[in-house]
Design a protein around this ligand. Structure first.
Ligand SMILES: Nc1nc2c(c(=O)[nH]1)N[C@H]1C(S)=C(S)[C@@H](COP(=O)(O)OP(=O)(O)OC[C@H]3O[C@@H](n4cnc5c(=O)[nH]c(N)nc54)[C@H](O)[C@@H]3O)O[C@H]1N2
Ligand SMILES: Nc1nc2c(c(=O)[nH]1)N[C@H]1C(S)=C(S)[C@@H](COP(=O)(O)OP(=O)(O)OC[C@H]3O[C@@H](n4cnc5c(=O)[nH]c(N)nc54)[C@H](O)[C@@H]3O)O[C@H]1N2
Ligand SMILES: [Mo]
Length: 709
């Protein structure tokens, strides 16, 4: 199927599709923050993109795109795109702007930067996240610029850092089974993941496995679109996954279902683990997780007795105070049972560390030249913008919509409202954040610039060729920072690199997985697989990238950080069990995971997707609705000490009792009360990686007496 010969002849056909001289098919890559990182074909006629489709020759994309990206042309050609630079003329937040030239905009920005940097460059803060994940537009020229400047460093913790460091403690890095192999698994645990919404191309593999008789079990407090399609759904209490894994290990060890040979050869700390899990018998774990002891016993037996057994761990389960240790604990399971022996067994959270891009050359941290600027945590941005000392006086926002996506909106808004904060926003749309900008700069979309991507959900290097000229006066992020560098007098040669130079630099690597991959080839073909076998079991013979080379049940790295070296249950910060005082006022756990029509807050302004999403809802269990006198369709107020927002109730028993769910991330300005879920979420960070804890959040809900419409 995927032999190199078949591959290249296919591509020649695509590249040579010149039946109509004015029509061209361009190889592109979906830029979004999603594990699938799809290969796309963009058809261009007379300089206009007229069609977009998934590349049929890419093994993971397999010819299909998700609903959102199938309509990416509507995003690129949206009538409300920002087409030229603008300066604010109204009050912050009012969204009133006047058109200015690029020169005027960049001169003003450079003058501000120079003035602030002369006092203290740490008063300047880059604010970027993962609006695009390509190296050129996400993490290269921009990072060089801020390193040279000596600006505050941003710790990008909104999404994945708890799980990333949890997995690192046990497995040694962001590695795991090849997601393509899920189709051969016999038992699949979909753990804190919702692939039908957030990882569609993995779901097609899971479906193939199911058709061949595999059992698929969702572990999720919410009956998501995925959970309802699984063979079994275990609806545990939020933030209790670590306890569930400890209970499973207790059963596996007690019932002698351990792969003793694998454990002896390829793991560290088994004897200590045996002692530890003795503290977590199924009855106790059942209490913690709010499920039956028998469910835990059966899950452990199914897991240990089915080969191959795969775990799709994903980010939903780690957005909690104990999320890092929970991910670490769960990732002990496949070594205990020897599931790693099979290519279709093991666990995967992210595949990012199979790649080896040259980030030092891309980002040039050496330009700091010995300076050690303060680090600001993205998950506590509200605090940074209001109480940091010295104050943040200027932010440059790109690939990020912080006012919609960062936690604790009230404090964020207070920060962005400060008259003494100068805010630059680079985006293609007037987001909630752009409304607070002093200067807005128009950004290209993926059809308008070069890029090179890795994926965190497959094993291919991906190229993005520009399909069309920039729309309006928009510019790629890389070009904006290049022009700003020139104005600032930054004369290091790296500020002259072209976008394609950056793509080439990304691939400079001696690591075996990167052998034979070069920009010219990947640009032409659209993608190249990392140099790894088609069906491989990465840890069948150990070889974990941990300090010991083994799967570390016991982690000296955690101990050095003052954290228990063994797996343990680290409870949520806000739950009925862990904080009964708070739960008296706010008894319901509030989850705000992504919905299928939006990509975080991207696409949430486009009419097609807003219509599909209808309006911001709160899903409730009928028992929680009944005691509050709430009926399906009622307007409700959801609140805690941090804030409140209005939503439309859907009484549908999708959440387990005690849990309410508001699918997200809506733009505030399109909501009836100008608010979204992050009105309620906290800036508290998780046990590892300084990560945001969006789903660790207690609230109360009441029926709104006067229906707002
Ligand atoms: N359509 C769409 N796709 C997306 C995105 C999007 O916004 N829209 N976002 C992208 C991004 S940036 C990311 S990080 C991923 C996110 O996608 P996933 O990694 O799948 O994570 P979430 O959707 O946040 O949560 C997945 C499930 O975890 C459940 N969950 C919440 N708390 C817990 C818990 O304590 N334990 C367990 N077991 N489950 C819990 C939620 O109810 C949810 O159904 O998706 C990517 N793909
Ligand atoms: N309540 C709640 N909040 C959440 C989450 C949740 O589940 N619930 N999920 C969290 C997660 S997992 C994540 S990853 C974050 C995501 O947070 P963000 O990374 O901020 O994601 P988006 O909201 O999609 O905003 C990205 C912005 O980048 C812009 N953009 C895209 N490409 C480019 C480009 O090339 N140049 C420039 N200049 N701009 C570009 C888009 O137009 C968009 O406005 O949100 C987090 N926030
Ligand atoms: Mo994310």
């Amino acid at each position: 199927m995927n032999s190199p010969e078949r591959h290249s002849s296919d591509l020649r056909r695509v590249a040579g599709s010149t039946a109509d001289a004015a029509t061209q098919v361009v190889r592109a890559t979906c830029p979004h923050d999603c594990p699938d990182t799809c290969a796309m074909l963009v058809t261009v006629k007379d300089g206009v993109a007229i069609k977009i489709q998934g590349a049929a020759d890419h093994p993971f994309t397999d010819g299909s795109l998700c609903t959102k990206v199938s309509y990416y042309l509507e995003r690129t050609y949206a009538p409300d795109r920002v087409l030229h630079p603008m300066r604010r003329v109204g009050k912050k937040g009012a969204g009133q702007f006047e058109r200015i030239t690029w020169d005027a905009a960049l001169d003003e920005i450079a003058a501000r930067l120079k003035k602030i940097a002369a006092v203290d460059p740490e008063r300047i803060l880059p604010l970027s996240y993962a609006g695009t994940m390509g190296m050129v537009q996400y993490a290269s020229m921009d990072r060089r610029f801020f390193h040279q400047l000596g600006a505050s460093l941003l710790d990008r913790t909104l999404c994945s850092s708890a799980g990333k460091y949890g997995i690192k403690a046990t497995l040694g890095g962001s590695v795991g089974m090849d997601p393509e192999r899920f189709e051969d698994s016999r038992l699949i645990l979909i753990w804190g993941a919702n692939p039908i919404v957030s990882n569609l191309h993995l779901w097609s593999r899971v479906q193939r496995a199911m058709r061949r008789g595999a059992k698929v079990i969702a572990i999720d407090p919410y009956r998501s679109l995925t959970a309802e399609k699984c063979t079994q759904h275990i609806a545990l209490l939020p933030g209790t996954d670590g306890a569930l894994a400890l209970g499973m290990m207790h059963v596996i060890i007690n019932e002698q279902r351990v792969d003793q040979d694998y454990v002896a050869q390829y793991t560290l700390g088994y004897a200590a683990l045996v002692q530890r899990v003795a503290d977590y018998p199924p009855e106790k774990v059942a209490q913690i997780c709010g499920i039956d002891a028998q469910t835990i016993v059966q899950l452990a037996r199914d897991y240990a007795s089915t080969t191959p057994a795969a775990i799709r761990l994903n980010y939903g389960m780690q957005r909690h105070a104990g999320g890092g240790i929970a991910a670490r604990t769960i990732s002990c399971l496949p070594a205990l049972t020897g599931a790693w022996r099979n290519p279709a067994g093991g666990i995967v959270l992210t595949t990012a560390d199979f790649y080896s891009f040259d980030h030092a050359t891309l980002e040039r941290p050496d330009l700091l030249a010995g300076r050690t600027p303060r680090v600001i945590n993205h998950a506590a941005l509200g605090e940074a913008l209001t109480v940091a000392d010295p104050p943040v006086e200027m932010v440059i926002v790109y690939n990020n919509n912080p006012l919609a996506v960062c936690p604790d909106a009230a404090q964020l808004q207070a920060g962005f409202q400060r008259e003494d904060l100068f805010t630059v926003v680079m985006d293609s749309f007037m987001t909630d954040t752009a409304d607070y900008a002093d200067i807005v700069l128009p950004a290209t979309t993926q059809l308008e610039h070069f890029d090179i991507h890795k994926s965190y959900g497959h094993l291919y290097v991906m190229a993005n060729n520009p399909a069309i000229a920039p729309v309006g006066e928009s510019l790629p992020n890389s070009e904006v920072f290049r022009r700003l560098a020139a104005r600032m007098g930054f004369d290091a040669p790296c500020f002259q690199d072209t976008d394609e130079d950056i793509c080439r630099q990304a691939l400079q690597s001696n690591r075996h997985t990167m052998q034979g991959i070069d920009w010219e080839t990947v640009r032409e073909r659209g993608w190249q697989r990392l140099t790894l076998p088609q069906a491989f079991a990465p840890f069948a013979q150990g070889g974990f990238p941990t300090p010991s080379g083994k799967c570390e049940f016991q982690s000296a790295w955690l101990a050095q950080q003052g954290i228990d070296a063994l797996p343990f249950f680290n409870p949520p910060a806000e739950s009925v069990d862990s904080n009964p005082q708070l739960a008296k006022k706010y008894p319901l756990a509030f989850l705000s995971p992504p919905q299928r029509n939006f990509l975080n807050s991207t696409f949430a302004n486009l009419p097609r997707f807003r219509a599909a999403a209808e309006e911001p809802y709160l899903d409730l269990h009928s028992s929680d609705a009944a005691v509050r006198g709430i009926a399906d369709g009622d307007a409700v107020r959801v609140f805690n000490d941090r804030g409140s927002l209005q939503l439309r109730a859907r009484v549908n028993d999708r959440p387990r009792p005690g849990v309410v769910v508001a699918l997200s991330v809506w733009w505030r300005k399109f909501a009836r009360d100008g608010k979204n879920a992050n009105e309620l979420t906290s800036q508290r960070t998780a046990d590892l990686g300084g990560a945001a804890t969006y789903y660790d959040c207690l609230v109360e809900v009441e029926r709104l007496k006067i229906s707002p419409n």
